[in-house]
Write a protein that binds this ligand. Structure first.
Ligand SMILES: Nc1nc2c(ncn2[C@@H]2O[C@H](COP(=O)(O)OP(=O)(O)OP(=O)(O)O)[C@@H](O)[C@H]2O)c(=O)[nH]1
Ligand SMILES: *[C@@H]1O[C@H](CO)[C@@H](O)[C@H](O)[C@H]1NC(C)=O
Length: 427
């Protein structure tokens, strides 16, 4: 630290020395003195979790439902959404990369999330506050699906993996964070609007920190994916800057694509009121080839590599393009096979070095793929893939013509290949 006054030195030290537990005061961003989170003194906190089997991209959808639940709650009283750490998913296959309990800031711009509803990372929450959950409501569906507008404390339908210890504390895995325990536990049958859940939380619960496991049982709000609130939550989920930068670098270097030429400059989502569909996109076709486990569960709807390549070849001709960007979870062999069928064209894939995987993690690499894919002049996705859904949403946000976005590959044997529904953006 060259030439610093005593005061500055003290400030500097107070930043590098970890703060004690139980410290109060605003959550500070490293040493800038800026407040990282906007949290009211009397706020209550809502933590959630999703069925362990669900993948990254469905989890992103569940986030939007919880965020809009918190939005409804804030119409009554201050509530903060507590972001559950990303626990290693089985899709995250890279070894020797630590992918357990990742913060949301690895993947998303948490400041942007916070402009839709107040949020805090769970890790930051327990740095300052007691790791005690006051009430757990383990969500479950209803037995009779005609019971719309049902919310009731109920018998647990299945093993919840919550257990009460000798002191009466509710023990659970809690993202692998050992200090956490809960005071109260209940199963809650729920089937209805987010506003019904909001009423319950505001009127029937009193704890400071409430935990909702199995939050995928929440549905989207009143108008679902067609509502401006859905899209507001979606637009707030900006990817972390380093991931966008990595994707932009790849676009520039390999695909000759940049936002100014392609007319894809992203405007501040908090002030954009509408967006004309004028995005041009880079001079490439992007394909999302979902392989791996989907070949078993959705095989009939997925193309062979050969048919996929044939389809792309025709489109390249039709659109007078020469470049293809491939996002895939497929094997290197599948990718090389695809390239071989398109020898006369330029085929590109984002292939991170081991060091880059260490930085971005498998989840970040998938986001970089999505970011490059969503900037293409034309996109073709895979049937039923949430990865493809998220790319389409990003293209809606960027303002592409619908016909360039809502496309998917057909399975080789599919006679009548239905194209994806147009979930168009609402402001
Ligand atoms: N890097 C990269 N990873 C991908 C790609 N497609 C799929 N994956 C990986 O495979 C995972 C797919 O799981 P999900 O995110 O659950 O999406 P999904 O399987 O399409 O949808 P579900 O039917 O809900 O499982 C992603 O999270 C990625 O880890 C891709 O194009 N690029
Ligand atoms: C919430 O409280 C109201 C009023 O006390 C009660 O009638 C209702 O049953 C409670 N809801 C649940 C789900 O317990």
């Amino acid at each position: 630290m060259p030439s610093c006054s005593l005061l500055l030195c003290l400030l500097y030290l107070s930043c590098i020395i970890p703060r004690n537990h139980g410290d109060t005061g605003p959550e500070e961003e490293h040493c800038t003195g800026r407040t990282k989170y906007d949290i009211k003194e009397n706020a209550r906190f809502l933590l959630y979790d999703v069925n362990p089997g669900e993948g990254f991209n469905l989890r992103r959808d569940v986030y939007m439902r919880v965020a809009n639940l918190v939005h409804h709650l804030n119409e009554r009283e201050p509530w903060v959404l507590v972001l559950p750490p990303w626990v290693r998913m089985w899709h995250w296959k890279s070894r020797d990369v630590d992918q357990d309990r990742l913060k949301w800031s690895e993947f998303f711009d948490v400041g942007s999330l916070g402009k839709h509803v107040p949020v805090i990372e769970l890790g930051d929450y327990i740095k300052k506050r007691a790791p005690i959950i006051d009430e757990v409501y383990h969500l479950q569906g209803v037995v009779d699906v005609t019971d719309w507008d049902t919310i009731m404390i109920d018998r647990c339908q299945r093993d919840t993996r919550f257990q009460q210890d000798a002191q009466g504390k509710w023990r659970h895995w809690y993202f692998g964070i050992e200090e956490i325990y809960a005071e109260k536990f209940n199963c809650l049958s729920f089937f209805g609007q987010l506003s019904l859940m909001a009423t319950f939380l505001a009127e029937n619960t009193t704890g400071k920190l409430i935990f909702l496991p199995r939050a995928e049982n929440l549905l989207h709000g009143e108008y679902g994916e067609h509502s401006s609130l859905f899209w507001k939550a979606r637009r707030s989920m900006m990817y972390a800057k380093p991931l966008r930068d990595a994707g932009d670098r790849f676009r520039r270097e390999h695909l000759g694509s940049d936002d100014v030429t392609d007319n894809t400059v992203l405007r501040d989502w908090t002030t954009v009121k509408s967006q004309p569909r004028q995005a041009v996109g880079g001079a490439y076709i992007a394909v999302h080839l979902r392989r791996g486990d989907h070949l078993h569960v959705r095989g009939r709807e997925l193309p062979s590599i050969k048919e996929a390549a044939k389809h792309v070849k025709k489109l390249l001709k039709k659109l007078a393009l020469d470049k293809v960007f491939v996002a895939t979870d497929g094997t290197e062999e599948e990718y090389q096979e695809f390239r071989n069928y398109l020898k006369k064209h330029q085929v590109h894939q984002f292939q991170p070095t081991r060091q880059e995987v260490g930085i971005y993690k498998d989840g970040g690499v998938a986001i970089i793929d999505q970011w490059i894919a969503c900037h293409a002049r034309y996109f073709i996705g895979s049937s039923g893939s949430t990865v493809s859904f998220r790319i389409r949403e990003d293209r809606e946000i960027l303002g592409f013509e619908q016909s360039t976005t809502f496309n998917r590959f057909c399975g080789d044997e599919e006679s009548d290949c239905e194209q994806p529904a147009h979930w168009t953006i609402v402001y």
